[in-house]
Design a protein around this ligand. Structure first.
Ligand code: ADP
Ligand code: MG
Length: 295
C-alpha cells in the first residue's frame, strides 16, 4: 500500500532538489574588499541569481551596469579567482558544486589580451591541453581545428606571435584557447570592449556560432546595451553602491546574424527600454546616496 505521507515528502524533496542543478547560482553573495581595514569597501551586496542549466542548449546571460558596480567581481567569484574568491558571505555554486577555486568546468576570456607573448598562436591555443598532458600530435590537430573554428587561417596564422595579430585576431585566439578545453561555463569580461564596431559585430556572430556548437552556459559582461540584448537570453542590470542586481530581464532569442538583427525595429525597442530602465536605476541610486549623504 502506498504511504501518502511518504509520497508527499518525496514530492517536496524533488522540488527542493531538482534533478538538474543550476548552471550557476549565487545565493546572498556579499563581497567586502579590505574588510576590517580603513579601505573596507562593499563591492557587491546580497547578490542572488540563478542561471538554469538547459539540457543540450545552455544560455547566454549578459551583465550590464555602470563601471564599479561589481560585474567583474561577480564573474571572478564564479571563476574562483582571488581576491574576489571567496565571498565574504553567501554561496556560489556551479552545476550544484560550491566553488572552492578555479576549475576545468569554467573558462574565462578577458578584455585584455591574455595570450603569452612568447608563444605562437598554435602554442597559445593548445596551452591548456599541454597542461593536461595531451600528446603533442593530438593537441596540434585539435589546436589547428580550433584555429579554423574561430576564423583564423591554420596554415598562415599558426606560427604568428601575438604582437603580429590585430585586436580581433587576438580575441579569436583567446576564445579558441578557452573553448578547446570544453568548459561547461564560459565567463567573458568585456571581451569585445576594445574592438572597433565592425569587428565587434563579427565577434558577436562568431560567439553565437561557437556557443551553439559547444552548448555551454555563458556569462557575458558588456558596456554595450546592443551587445547585451543581441547575445543575452537574459540580461542582468546591475546598480552600484553597493553593487547589486537591479533587474533580470528575459530576452527573445535573436535569430540571425548581428548586423541584420540589430537593425530590426523590435531590437531597437528592446535596447531603448533597457536604456530607460538603466537611467531609472541610476537616478534611484543617486537619489538614495544623495539622501544618505545629507543625513
Ligand atoms: N581587489 C580589489 N580590492 C579593492 N577593491 C576592489 C578590488 N577589485 C574591485 N574593487 C572595487 O570594487 C568595486 C567593483 O569592482 P568591479 O567588480 O571591478 O566592477 P566592474 O567590473 O563593474 O567595473 C569597484 O569600486 C572597485 O574599485
Ligand atoms: Mg570590470
Amino acid at each position: 500500500m502506498s504511504d501518502p505521507q511518504a509520497a508527499s515528502t518525496e514530492a517536496r524533496a524533488s522540488v527542493d532538489h531538482p534533478i538538474r542543478p543550476a548552471a550557476v547560482e549565487l545565493k546572498n553573495v556579499t563581497k567586502i574588499y579590505g574588510q576590517g581595514t580603513p579601505r573596507e569597501y562593499v563591492a557587491i551586496s546580497d547578490v542572488t541569481l540563478t542561471i538554469p542549466d538547459i539540457a543540450d542548449h545552455g544560455e547566454i546571460s549578459s551583465f550590464l551596469g555602470p563601471s564599479g558596480c561589481g560585474k567583474s567581481t561577480v564573474l571572478r567569484l564564479v571563476a574562483g579567482l582571488e581576491p574576489q574568491h571567496p565571498p565574504t558571505s553567501g554561496t556560489v555554486t556551479v552545476l550544484g558544486r560550491e566553488i572552492v577555486g578555479p576549475g576545468a568546468d569554467r573558462g574565462m576570456v578577458f578584455q585584455d589580451y591574455t595570450s603569452f607573448d612568447n608563444r605562437t598562436v598554435l602554442d597559445n591555443v593548445v596551452f591548456g591541453l599541454e597542461c593536461r598532458g595531451v600528446s603533442r600530435q593530438e593537441r596540434e590537430s585539435e589546436g589547428l581545428e580550433w584555429i579554423a573554428k574561430v576564423g583564423l587561417d591554420p596554415r598562415r596564422d599558426r606560427a604568428k606571435y601575438p604582437h603580429e595579430l590585430s585586436g580581433g585576431m587576438r580575441q579569436r585566439v583567446a576564445i579558441a584557447r578557452t573553448l578547446i578545453l570544453r568548459p561547461r561555463v564560459i565567463l567573458m569580461d568585456e571581451p569585445f570592449g576594445a574592438l572597433d564596431p565592425a569587428t565587434r559585430l563579427d565577434m558577436q556572430d562568431l560567439l553565437v556560432k561557437l556557443w551553439r556548437e559547444v552548448q555551454a552556459t555563458v556569462l557575458f559582461v558588456t558596456h554595450s546595451v546592443e551587445e547585451a540584448v543581441y547575445l543575452g537570453d537574459r540580461v542582468f542590470v546591475m546598480a552600484t553602491t553597493p553593487g547589486r542586481i537591479a533587474e533580470e530581464i528575459r530576452m527573445p532569442a535573436a535569430a540571425g546574424p548581428a548586423r541584420g538583427v540589430q537593425s530590426e525595429p523590435w531590437f531597437h525597442e528592446q535596447v531603448n527600454a533597457i536604456h530607460a530602465r538603466i537611467e531609472q536605476v541610476e537616478a534611484a541610486a543617486k537619489h538614495k546616496n544623495g539622501v544618505s549623504h545629507q543625513i
